[in-house]
Structure formats: structure tokens, C-alpha cells
Design a protein around this ligand. Structure first.
Ligand SMILES: Cc1ncc(COP(=O)(O)O)c(C=O)c1O
Length: 345
């Protein structure tokens, strides 16, 4: 069976480099907040086309800390797409705010600006579009709505062009296009003040250069030196991996022109290669390759979030009912790609 993803192959390919980096960190004696993190932040910011990146404990934390930095707090509302990984909304709840789901576009699966506009009110303090499955969303229409825009780019390393948003939040969960050896995330921003604030928030609100003096109530959201060292190595392989993912998706489209793929985009990085199939379960059962479902429920149907529904979000619900994720990862062999092509043809 062709697997949906096989992370062991990533570490078989880059394991030697990572092992050396881990040894370097352990030998240095600096396990947290050291030179590896600083170097990774500089390199990742440059890769994203920004001046500043702040490494944090996870992608969920990156969204949460960006929301705090934007001044979002208890009782505020934040517009999120109804089709996303649940952490987009969980991060909003973590600051005491209310996620308000809006519908997505039928072809791109990205947040629909008109639907987002329909739920914006004077209580809306941020909008969080998601670059879902690795396909970049056009941010400009959301900027026009007024509240600060925080981009959820957890699935879109290499896809996102710099925009006038408040911040961009990344996850380095191991399965991501840029995945680490544990949890990790980053807040990327053009605003040096926002970057400095998030840097403070990730260490209990401690004042820089004044050890154990705290001017904010915050918590711990640090990224380890080992994670940062591994990410620096993987960053060097990211563009090649993304190019391979694009090539795999191109081959699938060519083999199965009858399938409805998520709309393509020149910067799509295919974190997930997703098709829509009515009668999804029978389709999956009949395939000789493993597939996934991202996601089986829209936010407005998730048991923990459905009470937040303001509008129906029929498009997100249709995506959730029909989406099928095909195997698409850089280390797939040519034979495995052929097998998937034959299976879906
Ligand atoms: C769209 C999206 N947002 C946020 C997250 C949260 O990232 P993490 O798992 O690193 O907290 C994820 C990953 O799970 C995600 O896919």
C-alpha cells in the first residue's frame, strides 16, 4: 500500500546532518534560547521575505501569541474559516475570544472574503485566513475589512508572499512541509515592535536584559535549540521538497482529469493534495492506496465548536463531506506515484 506519508524517509535522507546538529547543541550546553534559535529565526524570516521571525512552541502558540500581540482578548470576536484544522479556532479560544466561522470558496477552499465580511461586526478584533493545504489565499480583500489580519500559514511554508498583514503564523509540526523533530512554530512579521513583544511573551513576559523582571502576565512558549537546529537543516531542503510535491500533484491531475482537485496556484506547495469526490467513502474503499480526510467536519459541525455557528457555511460543509487527501510527500518513489496515478485514473 502506498502510505499517505512516511516521515521515516525524511530522516533517512537527512538524519546524518540532524544527528550532527543535535550533538552540536548538546555539546554547547545551551538547550533553550541560544544561537540555533537565533540563526533559524534570521534564516526563516529571510526565506519568508520578512525581517523578523520569532520561534515559539507550536503553530497553535504562534496564532495565540499573534492574537495577544494584536490586543485580542476576552469577549472579542475573530473571524476564521469554517474549513480548517481545529487549532486555528482553538488558539482564538485560548485568548478568551470567540472564533466566528465564515464560509470558504468552493474552488480554493480558502476563506471567502464576502462571507467573512458578512460576519464582521464592531466586536471583530482580528481575521485569520488559512492558507489551507498549502494553497496561498489572496490577503488583500481581508485587509480591506478593517481588523488586523493574522495569516495561518501552518500548512504553507514557501507559498505565502509578504503582505500587509499583522503577522503570519507557522507550525513546524513534524508532518508539515517544514517539519521539525518535535513541536514548534513561528510568528513572522514586518513589525519590529510586534516581534519584540512576542519574544517577551514567549518567556513569561520577562523584560529583555532584566532577568526575572516581568512586565506582562504570560507563559512559556519556547522552541528548543534541537528543534531549531533540525529546522535549519530542513529549511535548506524545503524548496526541493515543495518542487517535488508540485510535480507529484501535476502528475495526479494529468492522470485523473475527471477528478475535482483544489484549484491550483503557481505558489501552491501541496502540503496536502486534496480532491473532492461525491460518495467519498466508496471511492476511498475502492482505492489500493492510502488516503486521508482533511477534515471530516467543518468547524460549524465540530462538537466542541458548533455552538459558535452564526451562518450556515454550506461550502465548507460540502468540502468536509467530499474531501479526499491523496499521498503527496517529497520522498515518494516514482513507482509509488505511478501506482497512485493508476489508482485514480
Ligand atoms: C491550519 C493549521 N493551523 C494551525 C495548526 C497548529 O499547529 P501545531 O500543531 O503546531 O500547534 C495546524 C497544524 O496542526 C494547522 O494545520
Amino acid at each position: 500500500m502506498v502510505p499517505l506519508i512516511d516521515l521515516s524517509r525524511r530522516w533517512q535522507a537527512h538524519g546524518d546532518e540532524v544527528e550532527k546538529a543535535v550533538a552540536r547543541v548538546l555539546d554547547s550546553g545551551t538547550i533553550l534560547l541560544g544561537p540555533e534559535l537565533e540563526a533559524f529565526e534570521t534564516e526563516f524570516a529571510a526565506y519568508c521575505g520578512y525581517d523578523r521571525a520569532v520561534g515559539v512552541a507550536s503553530g497553535t502558540e504562534a496564532i495565540r501569541l499573534a492574537l495577544v500581540a494584536a490586543g485580542v482578548g476576552p469577549g472579542d470576536e475573530v473571524v476564521v474559516p469554517a474549513l480548517t484544522a481545529v487549532p486555528t479556532a482553538a488558539a482564538v479560544c485560548a485568548v478568551g475570544a470567540v472564533p466566528v466561522p465564515a464560509d470558504v470558496d468552493p474552488e480554493t477552499a480558502g476563506l471567502d472574503p464576502a462571507s467573512a465580511a458578512s460576519v464582521v461586526s464592531e466586536r471583530t478584533k482580528a481575521i485569520v485566513p488559512v492558507h489551507l493545504y498549502g494553497r496561498p489565499v489572496d490577503i488583500d480583500p481581508f485587509l480591506d475589512l478593517g481588523p488586523p489580519v493574522i495569516e495561518d500559514a501552518a500548512q504553507a511554508h514557501g507559498a505565502v508572499s509578504p503582505a500587509a498583514s499583522f503577522a503570519v503564523a507557522y507550525s513546524f509540526y513534524p508532518t508539515k512541509n517544514l517539519g521539525g523533530v518535535g513541536d514548534g512554530g513561528a510568528v513572522v512579521t514586518a513589525d519590529t515592535g510586534v516581534a519584540a513583544y512576542v519574544r517577551r511573551l514567549r518567556v513569561h513576559g520577562m523584560v529583555p536584559e532584566r532577568a526575572y523582571v516581568h512586565d506582562e502576565i504570560a507563559t512559556n512558549s519556547r522552541m528548543s535549540e534541537i528543534e531549531a537546529a533540525a529546522l535549519r537543516i530542513c529549511l535548506g531542503h524545503l524548496d526541493a521538497g515543495n518542487a517535488r510535491r508540485r510535480e507529484i500533484a501535476r502528475r495526479f491531475r494529468e492522470a485523473a482529469p475527471h477528478l475535482t482537485f483544489q484549484a491550483d496556484h503557481p505558489r501552491h506547495v501541496y502540503h496536502l493534495c486534496v480532491v473532492r469526490v461525491p460518495g467519498r467513502d466508496a471511492f476511498r474503499d475502492g482505492l489500493s492506496v492510502r488516503t486521508g480526510v482533511h477534515y471530516p467536519l467543518s468547524l460549524v459541525d465540530q462538537p466542541a465548536y458548533r455552538h459558535l455557528r452564526r451562518i450556515e457555511c454550506p461550502v465548507a460543509r460540502a468540502w468536509a463531506a467530499e474531501c479526499v487527501t491523496l499521498p503527496c510527500f517529497p520522498e515518494m518513489t516514482d513507482e509509488e506515484i505511478d501506482t497512485v496515478c493508476e489508482a485514480i485514473a
